[in-house]
Ligand binder design. Structure first.
Ligand SMILES: [Zn+2]
Length: 104
């Protein structure tokens, strides 16, 4: 086996046959740094999302405003149904009240 870092022949650990780096401390350290760099390249958003939490919230707010703007018709319809139901409920409620205590 050839070490990925120092390019020298080494015998892999019998418990880790897929080992690509020899056991020299400088090669192990280089491997750790490389792994971390690879991990960061694979997860570019990990630190960004933590740092930009505030701007994420702002973009959410902007998105909800955009949604309301693009679904105006839908919201108006929903509001209309809601108002109609409320009117009917109030009419029934007043009718019940009038029945319970007739005005003089
Ligand atoms: Zn090495």
């Amino acid at each position: 086996m050839i070490c990925r870092i120092c390019q020298k022949e080494f015998k892999p650990n019998k418990y880790r046959p897929k080992q690509q780096v020899c056991s020299k401390p400088e090669c192990q350290k280089a491997r750790q740094i490389q792994n971390l760099r690879d991990w960061r390249l694979r997860n570019p958003d990990y630190f960004r999302t933590l740092e930009q939490d505030a701007s994420w919230r702002e973009s959410r707010y902007r998105y909800s405003r955009l949604w309301k703007a693009t679904h105006k018709e839908y919201l108006r319809e929903y509001e209309g149904i809601h108002n109609q139901q409320r009117k009917e409920y109030m009419r029934d409620y007043m009718r019940q009240r009038r029945k319970a205590s007739p005005s003089p």
